[in-house]
Design a protein around this ligand. Structure first.
Ligand code: ZN
Length: 297
C-alpha cells in the first residue's frame, strides 16, 4: 500500500513537471500494465494517471491519457484488447499526467471534460503545439449522461477540490467509478490553487459526491495501484475534513502555515493512509497557505 502511494505521488510529480515543459526521457520504454476490472472495463497503469478503457457496443471510451508521449502506447494496448474503434476520450481534470496523451488520439473522436477543465486545458501549451488536437469538444457543468443501458456513462462535478474541474466518471452497469485525482489515493490530496483547487471546500465536495452518487461499489483512483471501495470515499472525505478542522484551528491559534505544517500527522484511525507528503504545491505548508488565502476571501 505504502509503496503504491509513493509510486502514485512520483507519477503525479512526473506528469506535473512535464506540464512545465521539461521533456521526459523520450527513449525510456513505455510499459503499460493492464488490469481487467470487468469483461468490458480495463485499467491501464503506468506513464501517469490511471487510464480506464470501457468497451461499449459501438466503440471504446477512454478515461484519461497519461503523460506526454503515452497516447500512442495507450492506443496500441487497446488494439490488443479489442478491434472496436476509439470513439471518445474523457478527461477527469487538466493535469499533464492525465491529458497530455490526448494529442495522439484521432482528432475526429469526441473529447469530453467538465467546463472548467476545458478552460484550464486551453492554457496548456501542448494543445497549441498540436493544432488543438485533443482539446475538449463537449463539456458539462454538473452532470452529463452519455449512452444508455450497459453502455451508460454518468459524469458528475460536485465542486472544487484537486482542481476546479474534477469529473467523476461512473459506469452504472458495472457499479464502478473513475475518481481521477479528486481521490488519487489514501494520502493528503494535492490541491492545485492555480487551477482553482480548494482545501476549504475539498471535504464538502467529497461528501456531496458520496451522498449524490448511488450504485457504485468500486473506485478506480487517479494513481492507486488497486481499486478502492465506495466506503473508502467516505473515509477519505472524513480524513480531509479532519485535516481542514485541524488546519483551521492552527491558523486561528495564530500559527503561520510554516509553523503549523511540521506538526501535522495522519490521525491514528486512518489505517493504511500514507504520512508521506511530497513537495508539490508546497507540501503540507502549501495546503495550509492555500486554506489561509481562501479563508481571507
Ligand atoms: Zn492531478
Amino acid at each position: 500500500m505504502r509503496r503504491g502511494i509513493a509510486l502514485g505521488v512520483l507519477l503525479a510529480l512526473g506528469g506535473l513537471v512535464a506540464v512545465k515543459a521539461q521533456p521526459p526521457a523520450a527513449d525510456a520504454p513505455k510499459v503499460i500494465e493492464v488490469e481487467k476490472v470487468k469483461d468490458n472495463l480495463f485499467v491501464l497503469r503506468g506513464g501517469g494517471g490511471n487510464t480506464a478503457v470501457f468497451l461499449t457496443a459501438t466503440g471504446v471510451v477512454v478515461v484519461d491519457a497519461k503523460n506526454p508521449g503515452w497516447g500512442k502506447p495507450i492506443l496500441d494496448k487497446i488494439k490488443e484488447l479489442t478491434p472496436k474503434p476509439i470513439t471518445m476520450l474523457i478527461n477527469t481534470h487538466t493535469h499533464g499526467d492525465h491529458v497530455s496523451g490526448n494529442v495522439e488520439f484521432p482528432a475526429t473522436i469526441d473529447f469530453v471534460a467538465q467546463e472548467n477543465t476545458k478552460a484550464n486545458m486551453e492554457k496548456m501549451p501542448i494543445f497549441k503545439e498540436h493544432n488543438n488536437v485533443g482539446m475538449t469538444k463537449r463539456t458539462f457543468k454538473d452532470k452529463l449522461t452519455i449512452g444508455k443501458g450497459a453502455d451508460q456513462i454518468d459524469l458528475y462535478y460536485f465542486g472544487p477540490g484537486h482542481t476546479n474541474g474534477d469529473a467523476l466518471v461512473v459506469f452504472p452497469a458495472l457499479r464502478t467509478m473513475h475518481a481521477g485525482d479528486l481521490f488519487q489515493g489514501k494520502a493528503l490530496p494535492l490541491v492545485d490553487a492555480d487551477n482553482g483547487g480548494s482545501v476549504l471546500h475539498y471535504p464538502e465536495t467529497l461528501n456531496k459526491a458520496y451522498n449524490g452518487i448511488k450504485g457504485v461499489d468500486a473506485i478506480i483512483n487517479g494513481h492507486m495501484p488497486a481499486q478502492t471501495t465506495f466506503a473508502d470515499l467516505k473515509e477519505f472525505a472524513d480524513f480531509n475534513q479532519d485535516f481542514l478542522t485541524w488546519a483551521q484551528a492552527e491558523l486561528k491559534a495564530g500559527k503561520t502555515p510554516a509553523q503549523a505544517a511540521p506538526e501535522w500527522k495522519v490521525p491514528a484511525k486512518y489505517a493504511g493512509y500514507s504520512s508521506t507528503v511530497g513537495p508539490l504545491f508546497g507540501g503540507v505548508e502549501g495546503r495550509i497557505k492555500r486554506l489561509a488565502d481562501e479563508m481571507k476571501k
